[in-house]
Design a protein around this ligand. Structure first.
Ligand code: HEM
Length: 458
């Protein structure tokens, strides 16, 4: 084991029993953490109630936890609050079970496999464009619900083969309610088991029951109809048919429900939030917007983009990468140490919860000159290649890297190229610095209002 510091990991002094929890109650974790990062450095310790929590952000430490020493770390208690919602769905799974499920699901999410969802994605994007075409010029929209609507429609059409309708929005509301419960639980000193009938727990359990009922009925209907095995198959067909390469085993209905909820949540909230920030950034950076328009015109010349255009839409992807750097929707990607280790020169004992703060990694001054500046040129291929491989990790890294990364890029590049081809968004209100401390993802705190104008082709 590497040599280590004798001094304890620095951090703000904890109060008895509650530790450092009170400093996060009002503002959430991120804001206070960013202040503490400046004072205490890249490895810093908190005490949250009974638990030691160590926040890290340097790419070397991320590489150690996500790749080199990954057998010493697990999701474990760090995801205990999401388990009542997604059970042992992939995001929260560990060990052999995770490995088996990852192998099963991976095949459905390779760049090649997600190309099959092009039609479903473009249908959802076109529906948004059509809706916006009917707006009067300069209409003000809150772009976050617009992008949530779009992303939910994408996941619905790809997963269930149907456009999002009232039933699906109801499912979305139940998921949002359950997800809010998860976020609040994370900051509680004393967590009562979810079975204890407090009004909050009862609301959560009602929402969860609604989700399970909706998905259970969807699965039964699909089994009754028979699974499709052709170009029109949706993700539900593929999930129900997927079998382990070695054992040939299929998932139980409950396992399918857990994976569907996981993919439904992971697959629409993150892309919605990312596209929201992308529009807010583009609206405030006319030079970047002009380069984006120039690429879209050069590559597409006015026709709609297809997946075959993705390799050519290089700058569009750079805009998204730079957006994900500044606003990673999953800004922290926790783990728990299951064996002792030495991290950043400090000894770390098993049981410590780790908080890799991706938001801070993405603004680390050692890797990002002028880190607050929005500059997609940072992701020009030769610059990106020369950078530390863990300096830009909006999708995590190592074997647990986001399952839906290729899906997300395909959806977002198609959506941004299609929408930017037809519309210019001008920011009328919305800040780039205030985040909603109660949201599970990096959502803007205030309404993100933009004025939407039709573009004439130059
Ligand atoms: C901009 C969009 C997205 C971002 C930034 C994002 C980010 C992440 C991150 C940071 C993780 C955690 C990795 C880790 O544990 O180290 C993750 C995991 C995951 N994501 Fe995404 N994600 C996005 C879109 C999607 C989409 C579209 C889907 C599915 C359609 C998806 C499905 C998943 C799943 C299933 C996992 C768990 C993977 C595992 O633990 O093996 N994500 N994502």
């Amino acid at each position: 084991m590497a040599k280590h510091n004798e001094a304890p990991i620095p951090g703000p002094r904890p109060a008895p029993i509650v530790g450092n929890l009170p400093r996060f109650r009002k503002h959430g974790l991120l804001g206070p953490y960013l202040r503490d990062w400046r004072s205490y450095g890249d490895v810093l310790r908190y005490r949250l109630g009974p638990r030691d929590v160590v926040a890290i952000c340097h790419p070397d430490e991320l590489r150690q936890v996500f790749i080199k020493q990954r057998s010493r770390y697990a999701k474990g208690v760090s995801v205990s609050t999401v388990i009542p919602l997604i059970g042992d769905g992939l995001f929260a799974a560990d060990g052999d079970h995770w490995q088996r499920q990852r192998r099963l699901l991976q095949r459905l999410f390779t760049a090649n496999a997600v190309r099959a969802h092009e039609r479903a994605m473009t249908a959802a994007i076109d529906a948004t464009v059509d809706r916006w075409r009917a707006l009067p010029p300069g209409e003000t929209l809150d772009i976050l619900p617009e992008m949530s609507h779009l992303a939910m429609d994408v996941i619905c059409r790809t997963m269930f083969g149907v456009a999002a309708d009232e039933g699906v929005y109801e499912l979305g509301r139940a998921v949002a309610e359950a997800f809010a419960w998860v976020g609040e639980e994370g900051l509680k000193l004393v967590r009562l088991p979810v079975q204890v009938p407090t009004p909050r727990n009862r609301r959560f359990r009602r929402a969860k029951a609604k989700i399970d009922r909706f998905l259970g009925e969807m699965i039964s209907a699909r089994r009754a109809r028979g699974l499709r095995d052709d170009a029109e198959s949706d993700l539900l067909d593929l999930l129900l048919a997927a079998s382990d390469e070695d054992s040939g085993e299929r998932m139980s209905d409950q396992q399918v429900i857990n994976e569907v909820i996981t993919i439904f949540i992971a697959g629409h909230e993150t892309t919605a939030v990312s596209m929201t920030w992308a529009w807010l950034l583009l609206a405030g950076h006319r030079d970047v917007e002009a380069q984006l328009h120039a690429e879209i015109e050069r590559v597409l010349g006015g026709r709609a983009p297809t997946v075959a255009d993705l390799p050519e839409l290089v700058y569009t992807r750079q805009v998204l990468d730079e957006t994900l750097r500044l606003y990673p929707p999953i800004w922290v990607d926790p783990r728990v140490a299951i064996a002792d280790d030495v991290l950043g020169g400090y000894p770390l004992t098993a049981g410590t919860v780790l908080m890799p703060v991706l938001f801070a990694t993405h603004r680390h001054p050692e890797f990002w000159p002028d880190p607050e500046r929005f500059d997609p040129a940072r992701f020009a291929p030769e610059l990106a290649k020369a950078r530390h491989p863990m300096a830009h990790v909006p999708f995590g890294g190592g074997p647990r890297v986001c399952l839906g990364m290729a899906f997300a890029y395909q959806e977002m590049v198609l959506a941004v190229a299609t929408i930017a081809q037809s519309f210019r968004l001008q920011r009328s209100y919305g800040t780039l610095t205030d985040f909603d401390p109660k949201a599970g993802t990096l959502r803007p705190l205030w309404p993100a209002l933009v004025d939407v104008y039709r573009r004439e082709r130059d």
